[in-house]
Design a protein around this ligand. Structure first.
Ligand SMILES: NC(=O)C1=CN([C@@H]2O[C@H](COP(=O)(O)OP(=O)(O)OC[C@H]3O[C@@H](n4cnc5c(N)ncnc54)[C@H](O)[C@@H]3O)[C@@H](O)[C@H]2O)[C@H](O)CC1
Ligand SMILES: [K+]
Length: 502
C-alpha cells in the first residue's frame, strides 16, 4: 500500500477496473460510501451537513455522500457549482439518486453546519481556483464545521501538492485505492488533515500492472535490505566508513557524520582529518578513529586500502578545487559515496564535472544530499529540472541528470534514483531543521552503505531513521542528540522486521 498514484495513474486504474467489468458508478458509489462512513463515524446526534459539489466526478461522489447521509437521518444540504442537468456520465447518474434540492454553490455560507463535505474538485483540478469558488473555499476555511475532503482538498493539485490559488483546509481527506503525491508533498499535506485510503475495488494487481515508480518512504520499502547484525559477523564485515573533516575551526560536522555512521552500524569509522586538526578531532572522538589525511593526495593514499569501502565527503570540508579533487579520488576508487554540503557546492554550475565523477563511481553507488539551496546551485540548469512541476519531479530529473541517487531534503524530503524510482518521506518533525542535522543524515546513509546496503535503499532508510530519531527525541533537539537516538530506532526497526518475519 506504499505506492503513490498520480491523478493520471489513478484514472488509468479506474479505467482498467471499469474495463474489467466494474461499472464506474459502482466505483463512485463505493467512494461515496467511504466518505459517508467517515462522517457517520464521528456523528453523535443529527448532523447538519453541507455537501459542496463540483462539476465532475468529484461532485458525483458528493451526491452519493449526500444521499447516504440523508438516508441515515441527517439534515443534508447540497450546494452545486453547476445544476445537475449539466453533469455527465456517472456524476449525472449519482445526482439523479439525490432526491433533495440542489442549491447554488455561489453565495454558500457555513452558518450552522456541523460538517462540510468538500466534493468540488479532486483529481480533475486543472487551473487556479477562481470566483465564485474562491469565496466558498474561504467560507469553508473560516467555518467551525468539521471538513471532510473527497479525494483531494479542493484547490490542491493531487500530483504536486501545490495550492492552485486557494485550497480547502480539511480535517480529514478520504482518497481512493492509494494516496497521491499531493497528499505527502507540502503544502498539500498540510491541507489534508488525516488521510484515509478507501478500498473501492481497485486491486493490488491493477496497481502493480501500472508499473508505479513512486512510493511513500516507510520501512516496508527497504527493510528487507537493511544490514542485519549477525552473530558471526565481526566489525570488519560491517564496512569501514571514512568521513573527511574540515580544518581546525570546522571539525564538528565531520564528527557528527562519523558518529552517526557508527550508530548506523558501520563496523569502523575513521575521520580523515587535515594534519592541523588531528589533535582537535582526536580529543573529541573515542570509538571513531582519526587519521591525518592531507587533501586529495592523502585521501588517494589511504584509499589504497580497499577496506575503506564508503566515504562521506562534504560536511564543512570547504568549497573549491581541493574538495573537487577529493571527490574525484573517491569516485575513481569506486567506493560507496555520499556527497553533501561543500562537496555539492564545489560542483555548482559544473554538473558535467559531477556527472564524470558519478559515472566513474556508479557501480558502487553515489548519493547526493542537497538541501534546496544546494540543489538549485547544482541542478538549476539541468535537463528537465526547470520544467519539473513538483519537488518529486525535480528530484527525479536531477537523479537522471547526475546518475546519482538524489536526496532533496526538506519537511517532505524526496529520494530519487536514476532509474526513475522515488520515495517521499513524511516522518520528519519540524524540530529536525536545526544546524548539523544534515551532517548526521549524510553519516547515517554512509554508515548503511558501508554495510553494503544499496544506494537508493540506504538513502530511503537513512532519511526515515533520521526523521524517526528526531521524532523520538522531541523538541529542543540539537544535532548531536540524533546519533544517540539511533539505537532506539534500530530496536523499533528490528522489532518490525521480526514481527513481519522478513
Ligand atoms: N478511482 C477513483 O479515484 C475514483 C475517483 N472518482 C472521483 O473522480 C474525481 C475526478 O473526477 P474528474 O471529473 O476527473 O475531475 P474533478 O471532479 O476533480 O473536476 C471536475 C471538473 O472541474 C473542471 N475544473 C477543473 N479545475 C477547475 C477550476 N479551477 N475551476 C473550475 N472548474 C475546474 C474540469 O472541467 C474538471 O473536469 C476524483 O477526484 C474522485 O473524487 C470517482 O468518482 C470514483 C472512483
Ligand atoms: K475535493
Amino acid at each position: 500500500m506504499l505506492e503513490l498514484l498520480t491523478c493520471s495513474e489513478m484514472a488509468a486504474a479506474d479505467g482498467r477496473t471499469i474495463a474489467g467489468g466494474t461499472p464506474g458508478i459502482v466505483l463512485m458509489e463505493r467512494a461515496g460510501q467511504a466518505v459517508a462512513e467517515r462522517v457517520l463515524a464521528r456523528a453523535s446526534g443529527r448532523l447538519r451537513v453541507a455537501v459542496l459539489c463540483g462539476p465532475g466526478n468529484n461532485g458525483g461522489d458528493g451526491y452519493v455522500v449526500a444521499r447516504l447521509l440523508a438516508k441515515s437521518g441527517h439534515d443534508v444540504a447540497v450546494h452545486a457549482l453547476v445544476p445537475p442537468d449539466r453533469l455527465r456520465g456517472d456524476a449525472a447518474e449519482a445526482a439523479r439518486g439525490w432526491a433533495g434540492a440542489v442549491l447554488p454553490l455561489e453565495g454558500w455560507t457555513a452558518d450552522g453546519f456541523d460538517v462540510v463535505v468538500d466534493a468540488i474538485f479532486g483529481a480533475g483540478l486543472a487551473r487556479d481556483i477562481a470566483a465564485p469558488v474562491d469565496s466558498v473555499i474561504a467560507a469553508v476555511n473560516e467555518s467551525r464545521a468539521h471538513v471532510v475532503a473527497v479525494d483531494v482538498p479542493s484547490g490542491i493539485d493531487g500530483d504536486t501538492g501545490a495550492v492552485r490559488g486557494c485550497a480547502v483546509e480539511a480535517d480529514e481527506t478520504v482518497t481512493f485505492a492509494r494516496r497521491k503525491p499531493g497528499h505527502l508533498l507540502l503544502p498539500g499535506r498540510m491541507h489534508c488533515g488525516r488521510v484515509h485510503v478507501a478500498d473501492i475495488g481497485i486491486t493490488d494487481a491493477t496497481v502493480a500492472d501500472l508499473g508505479v515508480r513512486t512510493a511513500a518512504n516507510a520501512p516496508g520499502l527497504w527493510s528487507d535490505m537493511l544490514p542485519r547484525p549477525d552473530a558471526a559477523g565481526h566489525k570488519y564485515k560491517r564496512g569501514h566508513l571514512v568521513v573527511a573533516s574540515g580544518g581546525p575551526s570546522r571539525t564538528g560536522a565531520a564528527r557528527l557524520a562519523a558518529r552517526a555512521g557508527l550508530r548506523a552500524g558501520a563496523g569502523l569509522v575513521t575521520v580523515a582529518s587535515p594534519p592541523d586538526a588531528v589533535a582537535i578531532n582526536a580529543a573529541q572522538l573515542t570509538a571513531v578513529m582519526v587519521r591525518p589525511v592531507d587533501g586529495a593526495e592523502g585521501l588517494a593514499d589511504i584509499l589504497g586500502d580497499a577496506r575503506f569501502n564508503a566515504l562521506v565527503l562534504g560536511p564543512a570540508l570547504g568549497v573549491g578545487e581541493e574538495t573537487r579533487r577529493m571527490v574525484e579520488v573517491a569516485a575513481a576508487a569506486q567506493r560507496h559515496l555520499v556527497l553533501d554540503a561543500d562537496a555539492l557546492t564545489s560542483f555548482a554550475g559544473n554538473l558535467a564535472g559531477l556527472w564524470q565523477m558519478v559515472t566513474s563511481a556508479v557501480p558502487s553507488g553515489v548519493v547526493l544530499t542537497p538541501h534546496e539551496g544546494e540543489f538549485s546551485r547544482l541542478f538549476g540548469e539541468a535537463e528537465g529540472v526547470a520544467q519539473a512541476r513538483s519537488k518529486l519531479e525535480r528530484a527525479r530529473a536531477a537523479a537522471a541528470a547526475s546518475g546519482a541517487v538524489v536526496v532533496l531534503k526538506g519537511p517532505d524530503t524526496v529520494i530519487a534514483a536514476p532509474d526513475g524510482r522515488a520515495a517521499i518521506n513524511e516522518n520528519a518533525p519540524p524540530w529536525l531543521a536545526t544546524a548539523g542535522t544534515g551532517d548526521v543524515l549524510a553519516g547515517i546513509i554512509g554508515g548503511l552503505m558501508a554495510q553494503e546496503m544499496p544506494a537508493f535503499a540506504a538513502a530511503c532508510a537513512g532519511v526515515w531513521m533520521h526523521g524517526a530519531a528526531a521524532a523520538a527525541f522531541g523538541p529542543g533537539l540539537i544535532a548531536e542528540d540524533l546519533p544517540e537516538m539511533l539505537p532506539r530506532v534500530w530496536r523499533e526497526l528490528l522489532e518490525l522486521l521480526f514481527s513481519t518475519g522478513n
